[in-house]
Design a protein around this ligand. Structure first.
Ligand SMILES: Cc1cc2nc3c(=O)[nH]c(=O)nc-3n(C[C@H](O)[C@H](O)[C@H](O)COP(=O)(O)OP(=O)(O)OC[C@H]3O[C@@H](n4cnc5c(N)ncnc54)[C@H](O)[C@@H]3O)c2cc1C
Ligand code: FES
Length: 525
């Protein structure tokens, strides 16, 4: 496994670990934007949401410019596990109690349609990306209620999703004696093969893509990119979490870190399928961490078993006091318990997902704007959320009606749907500001080893300190430029992570995840 102990290249990736996709397929560069420009639609973000939206807009005759401040796929997209499913992070019984039957079914239908949309796109454009239809199996976590599967079966069946109950979990080599719910005709693919091919297709269709091109200073019809003005009739923020617009969106969705491993397994020893448990109900977080599992084609006689889980709220690792190496070990042990034939671990990495309080993504006009649109609130279903976003945003820009517009509307009240969870998450965010009063990490600057970072107190100030491999110290303010919370050192990915709304910064203080659009030490715009 490749592990970068040095400072990672923050234009290639959003952390020091490398995902299985990136290990096999490097991310891709295009030209850098270096002159003023004008277009129908400016898309900010070169992940799966930005590129799918660019494709759909171009197909519908719009002129598109896409700018990405790193490389194509260098955000959270290359950290995914790429299950394509309508078995959502929030179970349908919960969605129904929050939204009512009609809207809960509409959300499920949107994700189901998104899988079909991706399949058609792959076929139409002949993209070689290991796309496969596979079965998906939801099984109970040991901490969950006994009737969880029956309840989910009743709701999904009433919604017409053709689910069925199995008495054992197909595919598991051990520990399979649990009832589970089959979601038929789900899918999987290799995300980077898909994304890089899609970027080329977007260019062939006349879209202009610029990488290493950072968007700043947003107005209703213009954005500054690398210091040049880009005028656009419409702006799409496909930046995973919005980097412009009102704070309110950041009180309706919350960032969680999630961990993944890719273990080597003899080729063909396990049928392709997707598996999830229903989540650890004893975990202290509003969004309960669950295991997500699938197989990916490997080279020679090896496939990869991808196992993810162990989530916690970004920047709040200390609440459970479980370091990253234990989280990876837990995933490995879980994998061995169910697939004893795994051998080496080919890759391990973590990433960030943005969970909405009511369980449905936010896609549509950025609240308060008539010309800026957002695609966010991905949860563990961000790829289908992005495909819904591509279709819905295109319809909104074309002035067409879309049946998903109201339920995915970013201006909707999540308080109405999930008041308890809303208050818990807002309370948690407010508590993060007490870090201003805390002493800081135990270490002193002198005790920091090469490759280590820490947040330290210096008089009344808090500083983010990193000692690089050449023994050089890098010191920034530890105050997040977004709204002033104190960042935390993430020793595994070598980043400073903000516990309030999930902004992340490289060891040198450069912003790598929003909502902040400024570096540590800079004032946010
Ligand atoms: C471990 C893990 C497992 C997951 N598993 C699944 C799964 O099985 N199924 C599923 O559907 N989803 C899954 N997800 C979620 C899914 O991968 C993400 O939701 C999705 O990839 C996000 O895509 P995106 O385009 O919204 O964001 P990103 O890929 O993060 O793209 C946003 C881009 O915007 C760029 N950007 C930000 N600010 C600026 C700026 N100012 N100027 C220019 N560019 C900017 C960033 O550099 C970035 O590249 C998983 C996520 C993780 C981390
Ligand atoms: S992300 Fe909002 S204060 Fe840091």
């Amino acid at each position: 496994m490749e592990r970068k102990d040095q400072i990672f290249d923050d234009e290639q990736t959003s952390g020091s670990n490398t995902s299985i996709w990136m290990l096999k397929t490097p991310v891709k560069s295009f030209n850098t934007l270096s002159r003023p420009m004008e277009t129908d639609v400016l898309i900010v973000g070169g992940g799966v949401a930005g590129l799918m939206t660019a494709y759909e807009l171009l197909t519908n005759g719009k002129r598109v410019i896409l700018v990405e401040d790193g490389e194509i796929g260098s955000g959270e997209t290359h950290r995914t596990s790429a299950h394509l499913t309508y078995s959502l992070d929030t179970q349908y019984s919960d969605l129904e109690s929050r939204f009512g039957e009609e809207e809960a079914k509409l959300i499920g239908d949107a994700h189901k349609t998104a899988i079909d949309w991706i399949e058609e796109l792959v076929k139409r454009e002949k993209i070689a990306c290991h796309f496969k239809r596979v079965d998906g199996f939801l099984f109970p976590h040991p901490t969950d209620k006994e009737d969880v599967i029956e309840k989910e079966f009743e709701v999904t069946n009433r919604f017409g999703f053709e689910t069925s109950i199995h008495e054992i979990i197909p595919g598991f080599l051990k520990g399979n004696n649990k009832r589970c719910l089959l979601f038929p005709q789900q899918a999987q693919f290799n995300i980077l093969l898909f994304l890089l091919a899609l970027a080329d297709i977007v260019e062939q269709k006349g879209g202009q893509i610029f990488t290493r091109s950072k968007a700043k200073k947003f107005t209703e019809n213009s954005v500054e990119v690398n210091g040049f003005t880009v005028n656009a009739k419409h702006i799409v923020l496909a930046t995973n979490t919005p980097i412009a617009g009102p704070l309110i969106t950041h009180t309706k969705q919350w960032p969680y870190r999630t961990y993944a491993i890719a273990a080597e397994i003899p080729k063909g020893s396990v049928e392709y399928a997707l598996w999830w448990d229903t989540g650890d109900q004893d975990a202290p977080w509003v969004q309960k961490p669950y295991h997500y599992v699938r197989i990916e084609e490997g080279d020679g006689d090896v496939d990869y078993l991808i196992v993810g889980g162990e989530d916690y709220k970004t920047g709040q690792e200390d609440r459970e006091n479980i370091p990253a190496e234990i989280r990876y070990k837990n995933l490995e042990m879980w994998a061995k318990d169910h697939f004893p034939n795994i051998s080496g671990i080919a890759a391990k990495w973590s990433g960030q997902v943005i969970n909405t309080v009511d369980g449905c993504g936010f896609i549509g006009k950025n609240p308060g704007s008539e010309t800026t649109y957002i695609i966010t609130g991905d949860s563990g279903n961000g790829i289908t959320n992005a495909a819904i976003g591509a279709q819905l945003i295109t319809d909104l820009i074309l002035g067409k009606e879309n049946k998903w517009a109201e339920v995915f509307d970013p201006s909707r009240s999540v308080f109405k749907h999930a008041p308890g969870d809303y208050l818990k998450e807002v309370g948690n965010m407010i508590r993060q500001y007490t870090d201003w009063l805390m002493p800081g990490d135990q270490k002193t600057i002198e005790e920091l080893k090469p490759g280590e970072g820490a947040v330290l107190r210096e008089g009344l100030k808090k500083i983010a300190v990193f000692r690089d491999e050449q023994d050089k110290l890098h010191i920034c303010s530890a105050v997040c430029p977004h709204l002033g919370a104190i960042v935390q050192w993430n020793a595994d990915e070598k980043t400073f992570d903000c516990p309030a709304h999930g902004s992340r910064f490289s060891a040198l203080g450069k912003v790598i995840n929003g909502p902040s659009n400024g570096d540590l030490g800079e004032k946010d715009e």
